[in-house]
Ligand binder design. Sequence first.
Ligand code: CA
Length: 224
Amino acid sequence: MTAVLVIEDEPAMRRLLVTTLQAQGFTVTQASSLAQAERSLSLEPAAILLDLGLPDGDGLAFLRTLRRASSVPVVVLSARDREDDKVTALEAGADDYLTKPFGPRELIARIRVALRHAGPVPDDPVLVIGPFTIDRARHEVTVANRPVHLTPIEFRMLALLVRHAGKVVTHARLLEDVWGARGHDQHHYLRVHMAALRRKVEVDPARPRYLLTEQGIGYRLRDD
Ligand code: CA
C-alpha cells in the first residue's frame, strides 16, 4: 500500500483529505504542524500533501529543507488567487499544487501523477501520451495518427509538456527549456506560440482539451 503524509492544520480539510485518500486504498499519516511532519518523515511516505500555512511555520521553508535530502513527490495545497505562492512552491521543489477548494477526483489524479513521476523523467526518443506521439530523434509529431508539422519552438514546447504530462510546467521552465538563457525576454511570445500550437493539435483551439492554461503559472498537458 502506498503511504501518503498529509500535512494540514485545518481539521475539516485534513479529514476530507484523509478519507478521500483512504477510500482509494492509500495508507495515510497525518500531521497538523511542521514539528509533527518532521517526525513523520521517518516513516518514508511515498508522497506528501503539504499545506503552506501551518501553525508553527511556513510550508515552503519545510519544502526547501526537505528537498536537500529527499525527492519524495510533494503536492502543495494552496488557496485560490495565490499564484505567486504556487510558482514559489514549484520553484522550491513542489511537484504540483492543488487549489482549494478541490474535488476528490482532482486530488487523487494529482497524487497519482506525482507518484508516477517520482522516478526520473523519461528520456525515450519516442514519447506516447494520449493521442500524441512525439519522435524526438526525427522531430515528428502525430496527433491521433495524423502527422502535424510544428515549428522547432512549438516542437520543444510540446515535447516538454508531454514529458511532464499531467503536471504543471511553469512559464519560467518553458522559457528556459525552449529558448535557453535568452528565455526571460520571450515571455510575451509564449502565449503566441501556445496559440499556434493549439491551432495545430486541438480540435477546438478556443476550448483546448489537452493543452490547458494554468492561469498565472504555466501550462499543463491533460493526461487521462
Ligand atoms: Ca493552514
